[in-house]
Design a protein around this ligand. Structure first.
Ligand code: Z5A
Length: 223
């Protein structure tokens, strides 16, 4: 039976550069020498890593007419997306020995719905345990960027429903991510550097984390 694969997550406010760096990791990781022979890299995202998730993503970010969810319904929809994502995509890939790289995971719910919307973090933790079955990333990398720079990078692109929450909301999310990184031991990356420097910092952080024993399996990650 294959050894369980490694689960890596990128987190951060929108516009911090996750998508750009995810594509660079997609190219680099398989040739990095870190992945065992035969292991494939599954690159995915939340919301929207499954068929159900794509439908939920549309409802969450671009709801039609008066279909915008309130904050509790929003929390539950993100949890539903995650439950399906773990069950259908992440857990089977890890069990087969493949590596999974996800653009966002439970940390985003704690940051946006917890710190941003003000929903109770204890409730969010309980819901995360249900949605993930106890699965946690082996390594979470937070791309930290001041909100003003993230907004500048977003430029004239139209805001989705979450982005349209306003600067005070996004500032709470931004500060929440830093608090979570501190509390949960995430790896913090200065995303305000040049593209090349951010890429180098991410690669070095992954190599450091995986040095020696290979994938640093979190004890809770076997649930
Ligand atoms: N959400 C939630 O509320 N709760 C949850 O549990 C989950 C999610 C899972 C998903 O949005 C939304 O759902 C998100 C949180 C919420 N909404 N908000 N706000 P998404 O998946 O559509 O998108 P996103 O995750 O928010 O990210 P994004 O908008 O795609 O941006 P990004 O991936 O972080 O950045 P990027 O596209 O790679 O880069 C942005 C621009 O900056 C682009 O022009 C790049 O070329 C440029 N860039 C990137 N890096 C650099 C550097 N280093 N220097 C200069 N310019 C750069």
């Amino acid at each position: 039976m294959a050894e369980r694969g490694c689960f890596l997550v990128l987190e951060g406010i929108d516009g911090c550069g996750k998508t750009t760096q995810l594509e660079r990791l997609r190219a680099w990781l398989p040739s990095s020498g870190l992945m065992p022979p035969g292991a494939e890299l599954v690159v995915t995202r939340e919301p929207g890593g499954t068929g159900l998730g794509l439908a939920l993503r549309q409802l969450l970010l671009h709801p039609p007419g008066d279909a915008a969810p309130g904050s509790t319904a929003e929390l539950l929809l993100y949890a539903a997306d995650r439950a399906q994502h773990v069950q259908q995509c992440i857990a089977p890939a890890l069990a087969a020995g493949h590596w999974v790289l996800s653009d966002r995971f439970s940390g985003s719910t704690a940051a946006y719905q917890g710190h941003g919307r003000g929903l109770p973090l204890a409730l969010i933790d309980q819901l995360a345990a249900i949605a993930t079955g106890g699965l946690r990333p082996d390594l979470t990398l937070l791309l930290e960027l001041p909100l003003a720079e993230a907004l500048r990078r977003r430029g004239a692109r139209p805001a989705d429903r979450i982005e349209a929450g306003g600067d005070a909301f996004l500032q709470r999310v931004c500060a929440g991510f830093s608090t979570l990184a501190h509390q949960q031991g995430w790896c913090r990356i200065d995303a305000g550097q040049s593209l090349e420097a951010v890429t180098a910092a991410i690669q070095a952080a992954i190599e450091d984390a995986l040095a020696g024993d290979g994938c640093p399996l979190a004890p809770q990650a076997h649930g």
